[in-house]
Each structure stands twice: as C-alpha cells, then as structure tokens.
Design a protein around this ligand. Structure first.
Ligand SMILES: Cc1cc2nc3c(=O)[nH]c(=O)nc-3n(C[C@H](O)[C@H](O)[C@H](O)COP(=O)(O)OP(=O)(O)OC[C@H]3O[C@@H](n4cnc5c(N)ncnc54)[C@H](O)[C@@H]3O)c2cc1C
Ligand code: SF4
Length: 537
C-alpha cells in the first residue's frame, strides 16, 4: 500500500514546527500529529476551573496547558498544544555559547555549522530586545545588582520572540490596558498585537504579542499544504514495506479513538520526555523498533534550572507580574564562579488572582466582592500587588546531564509501564551551588534577602522547564541514538528533531538551539547534503 504522506511529524514544538514548515516548503506532503489542543487566545487558562494540566495517563479528561511530571528529586514542566513549549515559554531565544560545542557533539555539528540555521530561526521568530524605554523594574533590579557587584560587562538584555511597539511606555494613561496594543499582521499573515506588559507570557498572551510557533512556523507549514491535527496522541511507530505506520489515539468527546496513518518518513519531535518515551515504548514494549541504541534514555539533563526568590522591602520596586516574564540576563558561561558555567535571568510570574477575576468579569459571572477586588488589584498593579516585592531569580547552567529515562512498572498495575526518570543531583550540585551563591550576592547587593525553596534546602529536589536529552546525537549507536542528521541508528527514514537529541546541557535557554538543529535536519532531508544512505525528498 502506498504511504499516505511523505512525512509524519510527531509533536509541534520547536523541533516539530520547524521541520514541518521546511519539509512542506520543499514540496513534501506533511502530516503533524500533536497530542495537545490548538489554543486560541480566548481559550487560554485563566480561572481555577480551566484546562491547566495535561495528564498523560488521562489525556481524554485532562488535555490542558502544562504537562508536569514528578520524579524523585526532579519536577519537569513542559507545554502541550499546537506550538509546543512556545505557548508557555518566556520567549527568550538565545544562541548557545560557542564553547559548548567543543565537546560532546558529533564533529559535523559545530557552532559555525549551526550559524546559518540560528539565523533562520531568528528571522522566523522576529527576535528583538525589549526597547530601552520599556525596561521593567525587574530588568533594572538585575542591572543594578550587576553594577554593584562589578558585573556590568556580563549584563545584557536577552533576545526575545516578542513584538514591541516602540511608542508604548509606562507613562501612558493606564499603560497595561490592552487598548494600547497595536494590531498588525505578521509575515505569515497572522494577526498579532504589540506587548503592553501584562506579564502573562507563561499562560498565553492576551494580545498575541508573543511570536509563538502557532503564529509563524505552523501557519507557514499549512500554507504549503501541511495538515496539523491537534489532540492526536501518538502511541506507536511501526515499520512496514514502504515506510512507517504511525498509530495514535484521537482525543474526542471525552474519549480516545484509535487511528493510524502511514508515511515514508517519520520525524519524532515530541520533546525530550515525549520522544524518548515513544521510542522506549516502540523498542521495549511494542517491540516495533528493536534496533534502537541501548543509549536511549541516557544522558538526560535538567539544564541546571534553579529558582530562588529575593524578598525586598517596600522601597524596592520589583513589579513581579508586570512586563515580559524575562528581559535581562547575566552571563557566567566563562566558568568564573568555581569553574561552573551558568546564566542568571530575572523571572516574573503571572498574577493568577487578577487574571481569574478578570476572566470571571468578562464571562459576566462575578459577585460584587470579586468585581471590587478585581478593580482594586488592577488599579494597584504597581503599588498594592502582594507579589510586587518578590524577585524570582532563574539560574540555568551546564549540569552533569547524567539523568536517565526508562520504562518502569506501575506498582498497582504492574502490567502497565510508565516513564521513569532517575536523577541523582550529586554530580550537578556544584553548578547549583554556584547559581545559588550568585543569587545570594545579587539579592544582598540590592538590599533584599534570599529565600531558597524548601524543596532544595530540605529535599534537594529541583524543578526544570528545560528538559534535554534522552535521544542523544552522536557518531555511532554505541554512544548515541541518532546521527548528526537526526536519523535513528538502525532505522532508516526515522528521525528525531527536538530537545531530546541535545547531547549536553546548553546552559542558556535552549529553544533557539533546538530550532536551529531542526532547521539543519530539515535542510539535510530536503537538500540531500550529507545523506549517504537516505535519498533526499
Ligand atoms: C514555563 C516555561 C518557560 C520556558 N521559557 C523558555 C524560554 O524563555 N526560552 C527557552 O529557550 N525555553 C524556554 N522553555 C523551554 C522550551 O519551552 C523548551 O525547551 C522547548 O519547547 C523544547 O522544544 P521541543 O521541540 O524539544 O519540545 P516541545 O516544544 O515541548 O514540543 C513537543 C510537542 O510534542 C507534543 N507531544 C508530546 N508527546 C506526544 C505524542 N506522543 N504524540 C503527539 N504529540 C506529542 C507536545 O504536546 C508538544 O507540543 C520554557 C518552558 C516552560 C515550561
Ligand atoms: S508581557 Fe504581556 S503583553 Fe507582553 S508578551 Fe507577555 S503576556 Fe503579552
């Protein structure tokens, strides 16, 4: 039977959206299967009863915004939906440090090799920095801390995939009112608005100022004929004579409906945990892809994410929930603190109470008390916000990348197998300690005191939003799962293109590097460059 599509792409985040777009532009027939919803701005979660969580065990009931996984010593947060992690991310799109490519990568992947692909991602995501007149209080606090500690040369604005109006300023009357957002149509014909500093980046931007993948790469793919099917959870990939059968569950009417499609090639882009789990199940449970390397699941990294809070007195403006979630950073990738390489950013969080009340008000379901509270919070966003004096410091660094993903048996249902993450912090503790001591110095230099989460000080447990690895790229199956093109060793025409292939911790925010690697995989698939075994499309 002839395959239905040239390519099926599993997942629609940084790896999936980029490959789907470029392969469709090259003339391939492309199907994208995405387990999450296709969100529109009026559906973003706001109130307590909204679809906040995606539960992989019950996707027909809980197919919400964020997929949280809890393991001993580690919690992992990932996005779910058309656009993947771009929906909930803080829009920081940075290149990796060039020195990072000196070890751990196959010789074909170097910083200069990736440069043109970084440029493509930069262009598609319309990357820019926050305009000088729009610096947030958090930005200025980090800048002040850097100056006082003699780190001015390490401080900079971070590149953001956000749309700004240079005319917008905090001096406008009611500056955070959405009426100040300027509407425009982006390069892919999608309506967007400019940023009015609502601080909701991680829960979906009310004015579409985030240049998320569902507003650029995905529509570009669709304009070239790609079909995107949300709420399609891929369960198994099975080779057949002319390619692969991809078996999925369609989430519909509160239930799961089994279906399948066929393609000559498959690109697995379900993220670090998603791609690794799918391939583990195909190798060890369904036994459809038996030749995948024994390295599958190993070398997993949390990118040394570490969050602390700086608590400040009433005289220090922090504006925790105002403005782009992250706008500035301090670079310690040179190893000057105890030989550890890391990056520090100002991290905001959305004002969930204000958002919930505003959503209620819009729906007309609101009590006089809730109405008054909403007015109060809105008016006092700058002065009375209870979180206004809390600065969340985010550190991200080069950890040991020695975690392991595997399939374990459920205790109560031993016939069912569950993704398991084994993480031992010991080899990564030095970089976490270096980040912590830097957070401490930054906070003290600006008159605050640092609060370290009990999850770390008592339990030695971490939270990461940057999971990487599991399907490592390398030179052969004895040390890696995919080759430098992203093709799985032992299974022709099966590719992995997402954060799962990254072989080392990136240290900085990883999405730009994941996108650049996916651009390169798509270019090699379409141009035939370096394709010794696989025919170009
Ligand atoms: C709150 C938060 C803030 C962040 N901020 C930043 C930031 O500012 N900068 C940055 O660089 N990074 C940030 N990140 C990390 C960033 O989102 C990820 O590094 C990036 O999205 C990873 O890209 P990916 O292609 O590997 O996977 P993803 O973007 O996660 O895409 C994988 C997709 O596959 C889908 N999927 C999974 N399994 C299946 C399956 N079996 N079938 C079908 N579909 C499936 C998922 O739903 C998802 O849409 C943040 C993450 C979070 C959670
Ligand atoms: S700060 Fe607000 S307006 Fe700006 S991008 Fe984030 S959510 Fe959108």
């Amino acid at each position: 039977m002839a395959p239905g599509f040239d390519v099926i792409v599993v997942g629609s985040g940084f790896g999936g959206a980029v490959t789907a777009c470029r392969l469709a532009q090259a003339g391939a027939s492309v199907l994208v299967l995405e387990r999450g919803r296709r969100w529109t701005k009026d559906q973003y979660p706001r109130g307590p009863g909204d679809a906040w969580l995606y539960q992989p065990g019950h996707p027909h009931r809980y197919n919400g915004w964020l997929d949280l996984r809890f393991a001993r010593g580690m919690t992992v947060a990932q996005g779910a939906g058309v656009g993947g992690g771009s929906l909930c991310y803080s829009s920081v799109v940075m290149k990796a440090d060039p020195a990072l490519f000196e070890g751990g990568w196959p010789p074909e992947i170097t910083y200069s090799e990736l440069a043109p692909y970084y440029a493509k991602v930069h262009e598609m995501l319309a990357v820019r920095e926050i305009p000088p007149g729009q610096h947030t209080h958090r930005y200025k606090l980090l800048q002040r801390a850097a100056e006082r500690l003699g780190h001015t040369d390490r401080f900079d604005s971070v590149p953001l995939a956000l749309s700004f109006d240079p005319e917008w300023s905090y001096e406008l009357p009611d500056p955070l009112d959405t009426r100040h957002s300027r509407s425009f149509v982006n390069g892919q014909g999608q309506p967007q608005g400019t940023c009015v500093h609502l601080g909701n980046c991680d829960i979906g931007c009310d004015v579409q100022a985030k240049n998320t993948l569902d507003l650029n790469y995905i529509p570009a793919a669709e304009q070239h004929g790609a079909e995107v099917r949300p709420l399609h959870l891929v369960r198994c990939i099975q080779p057949d004579d002319s390619g692969y059968r991809v078996i999925f569950d369609r989430i519909e009417d509160g239930g799961l409906l089994r279906g399948e499609e066929r393609a000559e090639r498959v690109v697995v882009a379900a993220g670090s945990l998603g791609s690794t789990e799918l391939l583990l199940r195909c190798r060890d449970q369904h036994r459809t892809l038996p030749r995948i390397s024994g390295v599958l699941g190993r070398h997993w990294s949390a990118n040394a994410n570490f969050f602390t809070s700086g608590i400040y007195g009433p005289d220090t403006e922090v504006g925790q929930s105002i403005g782009p979630t992250i706008a500035a950073g301090l670079d310690f990738m040179d190893g000057s603190v105890n030989g550890q390489r890391f990056f520090v950013e100002d991290d905001g969080f959305p004002n969930l109470l204000l958002n919930a009340l505003t959503a209620q008000l819009r729906s007309g379901r609101v009590s006089p008390f809730a109405w008054a509270l909403q007015r109060h919070l809105r008016r006092g966003r700058d002065e009375k916000n209870p979180t206004r004096n809390v600065m969340v410091w985010l550190g991200e660094g080069v950890d040991a990348a020695d975690g392991e993903l595997s399939l374990g048996r459920r205790r109560l249902m031993p016939w069912k197998r569950k993704l398991r993450l084994t993480w031992d912090v010991r080899r990564s503790a030095p970089v976490i300690d270096a980040i912590l001591s830097t957070h401490q110095r930054l906070t003290e230099a600006t008159g605050g005191h640092l609060r370290v989460p009990l999850s770390w000080s008592v339990l030695r447990s971490l939270v990461t939003v940057h999971p990487l690895g599991g399907c490592r790229v390398g030179t052969g199956p004895e040390e890696a799962v995919v080759d430098h093109r992203g093709e799985v060793f032992g299974h022709r025409n099966l590719f992995v293109a997402d954060g799962a292939i990254v072989p080392v911790a990136i240290g900085r925010n990883p999405s730009m590097t994941i996108g650049a690697l996916a651009e390169r995989t798509a270019a090699l698939m379409t141009q035939g460059r370096g394709l010794s075994e696989t025919e170009p499309l």
